[in-house]
Design a protein around this ligand. Structure first.
Ligand SMILES: C[S@@+](CC[C@H](N)C(=O)[O-])C[C@H]1O[C@@H](n2cnc3c(N)ncnc32)[C@H](O)[C@@H]1O
Length: 228
C-alpha cells in the first residue's frame, strides 16, 4: 500500500467509522454472507471499506486484493486483515483505473460501492477487463427503486446523500448499468431490505459474468475487445 491520501478529516476518520457501524446491521450481514457463497480463487474487492465482508468469504477464496481510495478505510480495516484466514493485499486507488493485468481475477466483489464510484460505466469496463472470461462479478448494491414514488424521493435526497455519505448516490439503476456494462446476470434478486428506509434500502443482489459478445482476450500487459 503506498501514499497517504489528501482527503479531509470527515472522509478519512468520521465517515469510515459511521459507515462501518451502519452497514453491519444483522440484515446486511446476512446479505453479505448470502452473496459471497460463490466467491472463489483470486478475488478483487472494490470499495473494500473497513473489511466487513472478510468474515464471510468461503474457503474456496485463495487471496483478496482489497482496493479502496480512502486510506482512512484501510486504517479501520487493518485489524481485520491481521486476523484474516485469507491473504489480503490492500491497494489504495479508485476502480476507474485498476493496476491489474487483464484476466487477473476469478471473482470481483462490489458491495455498496457502485453507488459511490465517480464513473460507474468506466468501473464496469475495468471490472470486465480484469475478470477472467468465466469469472464472477458478485454484487450487493443499493440503487434506484422501480417504484416511482420511492424513486422521486431518491432523486430529491440525492444531493444530501452525496455530501453526508462522501459521494454516495441513491439514484443509480444498478441492474441496468451492469447489463449495459457488458455483463450477463446469472442470478439476480431485487428487494427492499427490512428495517432500512426505502430510499436507501432497494437492493440489487446477484452474480453476473462477462457477456459473450464483449469478452476480452487475455494478454499480459494490454487488452483489446473481441467482437465475436
Ligand atoms: C458505502 S462504502 C462501502 C464499503 C464496503 N464495500 C461495505 O460493503 O461496507 C463505499 C466504499 O467505496 C469506496 N469508494 C469510493 N469511490 C471509489 C472508487 N472510485 N473506487 C473504489 N472504491 C471507491 C469508499 O471509499 C468506501 O469505502
Amino acid at each position: 500500500m503506498k501514499g497517504r491520501s489528501s482527503l479531509g478529516f470527515y472522509e478519512r476518520r468520521i465517515f469510515p467509522w459511521l459507515n462501518d457501524r451502519l452497514t453491519r446491521a444483522p440484515e446486511i450481514e446476512r446479505l453479505r454472507a448470502e452473496a459471497l457463497v460463490p466467491a472463489h480463487g483470486r478475488v478483487l474487492e472494490i470499495g473494500f471499506g473497513s473489511g466487513s465482508n472478510l468474515p464471510h468469504y468461503p474457503a474456496a477464496v485463495a487471496s483478496i486484493a482489497a482496493l479502496d481510495p480512502n486510506d482512512g478505510m484501510h486504517d479501520l480495516a487493518a485489524p481485520r486483515l491481521a486476523s484474516s484466514r485469507v491473504p489480503v493485499w490492500p491497494v489504495i486507488g479508485g476502480a476507474e483505473q485498476l493496476p491489474f493485468i487483464t484476466g487477473a481475477f476469478d471473482t470481483v466483489v462490489s458491495t455498496l460501492t457502485l453507488c459511490s464510484v465517480k464513473d460507474p460505466e468506466r468501473v464496469l469496463a475495468e471490472l470486465r477487463r480484469v475478470l477472467r472470461p468465466e469469472g464472477l462479478l458478485i454484487l450487493v448494491e443499493h440503487g434506484l427503486a422501480d417504484d416511482p414514488g420511492v424513486a422521486k424521493w431518491q432523486r430529491r435526497l440525492n444531493g444530501l446523500q452525496n455530501v453526508l455519505a462522501c459521494g454516495c448516490n441513491l439514484n443509480r439503476p444498478i441492474a441496468d448499468l451492469v447489463g449495459r456494462g457488458g455483463f450477463e446476470w446469472k442470478q439476480l434478486r431485487r428487494f427492499y431490505v427490512p428495517g432500512v428506509p426505502r430510499t436507501h434500502g432497494w437492493v440489487t443482489l446477484g452474480v453476473a459474468t462477462p457477456s459473450e459478445s464483449t469478452k476480452y482476450e487475455v494478454q499480459s500487459t494490454k487488452y483489446k475487445m473481441s467482437t465475436r
